[in-house]
Design a protein around this ligand. Sequence first.
Ligand code: BES
Ligand code: MN
Ligand code: ZN
Length: 494
Amino acid sequence: MEITVKSGGAAKQQTQCLVLFTDAKGELPAFSSVDQETGGLLSALVARGDLKQSAGQTLMVPTVTGIKAERVLLVATGEELKAAAAEKICAGVARALIGARVQEAVIAFDDLELEDRDSTWLLNILSREIVSAGYTFNEFKSKKADKDAAKLEAVTLLQAGRKALEENKVAAAQGVATANGMALARDLGNRPGNACTPKDLTEEAKKLAKGVAKLSVKALGEDEMTKLGMHSFMSVSKGSSEEGQLIIMDYKGGQKGDQPIVLLGKGITFDTGGISLKPGAAMDEMKFDMCGAASVFGTMKTIIELELPINVIGMVAAAENMPAGNASKPGDIVTSMSGQTIEILNTDAEGRLVLCDALTYAERFKPKAVVDIATLTGACIFALGHTISALLSNNDELADSLFSAGNVAGDKAWRLPLDDSYQKQLDSNFADIANIGGRPAGTITAGCFLSRFAKEFPWAHLDVAGTASKSGGDKGATGRPVPLLVQYVLDQVS
Ligand code: BES
Ligand code: MN
Ligand code: ZN
């Protein structure tokens, strides 16, 4: 998909579909000239009430005369032109264009002037939504998608004048790159456990590094991790015949010596629960338990595409959680790489067991900040549902940056307290710490567990159990929180 930004007159555009926006009053403002050329057809349709006046509603006018466009898509903006409405509008435009089966379109975006955001924000989100709306996942369908199915291939974002033209081009490129990163995250997330093993993820990392001089990839196998004393990681991985991997993608786009940002993803390629076996219903969805890792891959892809001048290390703790004769048992005690001993009271709380050793490993990078992303707790879905990710942190500045990045990117996170008062829920009679803290505040106690291994750097944890994938008819990976992470990284560059 190609998205270009240019300046020119809307009426003159030779296109399969010209997209025009109505204003808060439900009228066609700056494009009255287009309307005149069509003999007043567009304004008549709007006046007749054919276009519902709420944000993101669309009306496809399939034939028009008097202008060069073959069709016109009218889009309602609603009364309050703010960021939240713009997200709906962008999604509406994207859906309508894909649904109309056009290959190419011109969007005259001048009239979408927002009260609380500038044009660069709008073009970023619009580009991202348009590319994302065309996402499909057919890797495992034996009949390849209809070859002559119409596909949206090119979109022009048209502005009348030249104001901020260069900035707008950059913003559109960022939106496209973010969507491409999300698509990678979705592809990896949607792959089944048998086609997305820890070693498969290592291969993906190597693929990402191909031809990219700034990215080097290394993966530790189980022998190396055992030697390093990562017995917590190994307590999960040992029960599977698939070898666990600690994947390190080192992107050096910044100055030598600049402290890197570390993004660490939970990569449980399938979570059966282990000996604390999960119930069977919807267990297939535990293939999504590597969506944190997938978001790290996706964000790295976007960073590479944009050639961002920053040092970022993407780490993935990849393992499969299986019940087996040699799997960990409830009550087993292991020594983590940090030296702290852990009583494994529930083998289904495996994410924190692989992440804690990865956090200790991250110390060697002397990171500016470490952000881990994990489908860590079912409790997170009870707390925040499927629209907002949980954010916990030992550093207010980092937490604020991630919170605001989420708001800007339309990929929200909400901070939960990492208060010391919760730590005692992790007390163990037999070891330094237990791997579960009981039913109350399950997302927080999971964060508390990780915090014990994140004392050497500013650290934040994103629990994306509710946001990284969808169930039901829409079952699939969402690509979140790639937009949040990309925005956070962009904010660190500028
Ligand atoms: N991967 C799950 C968390 C999860 C549940 C993600 C549902 C997405 C949807 C995690 O490994 C897990 O099993 N957590 C347990 C922790 C508990 C044993 C303390 C949970 O949430 O039940
Ligand atoms: Mn689990
Ligand atoms: Zn899990």
